[in-house]
Design a protein around this ligand. Structure first.
Ligand code: ZN
Length: 202
């Protein structure tokens, strides 16, 4: 069974369209996947020595990946996809995504947790922050102007979230790469705990 539309094209992004994606593994037959190996993102972890050790001992593991589903990137359109963060730690810091602001800062985003156990770290340019727990069935609203980063705190489970944001919002990874987050989520006595980032740059 296919969709019907006035252009006759099977997947016309200017019209309404459907895309398959698997609620269990987050994969779609429309492939637009980006993978982030530890060697490529090691500088986002605060403990450089631990990152080096992790690479030597456990090899270059996949930290996270995301699948962007195709959508028109215009003001007023919505983009969506899946974010998948693998379980693991660098020292006592959980595997996480790099995190980003939107280039158009005044745009929010919604993440819906499909599986796993994690947190969304939110931080504004002025330093206001919160860290929201994600479990299956919970949606987190990332308000406009807040950088957002997914963190997997489960020792074994994969954290999978479905996200939707304004399609022309754009991604500013550079600010976080340069300055870092003011707060980090690490494991202390077997529990997630917030610490100040010792490497944060004003
Ligand atoms: Zn975003």
């Amino acid at each position: 069974m296919a969709d019907f539309n006035s252009s006759g094209k099977p997947l016309d992004f200017e019209k309404g369209f459907t895309i398959d994606f698997n609620m269990v593994n987050g994969l779609s037959s429309v492939k637009n996947t980006s993978k982030r190996l530890l060697s490529k993102v090691k500088s986002m972890f605060y403990d450089e020595e631990a990152a080096k050790k992790e690479l030597e001992e456990n090899g270059d593991r996949l930290v996270y990946e995301f699948h962007e589903l195709p959508a028109p990137e215009h003001d007023g359109d919505l983009a969506f996809g899946m974010s998948i963060v693998y379980p693991g730690k660098v020292g006592n810091e959980y595997y996480m995504t790099k995190g980003h602001f939107h280039t158009i800062l005044d745009t929010g985003e919604v993440y819906y947790c499909l599986s796993g156990h994690g947190y969304m770290m939110l931080e504004s340019p002025e330093g206001d922050w919160s860290c929201q727990e994600l479990i299956p069935g919970k949606a987190v609203y990332c308000p406009k102007r807040y950088a957002h980063r997914s963190i997997n705190v489960s020792p074994h489970e994969v954290l999978r979230t479905f996200f939707v944001f304004r399609a022309d919002a754009g991604h500013d990874y550079g600010t976080i790469e340069e300055k870092g987050y003011r707060h980090l989520l690490v494991e202390q006595d077997g529990e997630p705990a917030i610490i100040d980032n010792p490497n944060w740059k004003q």
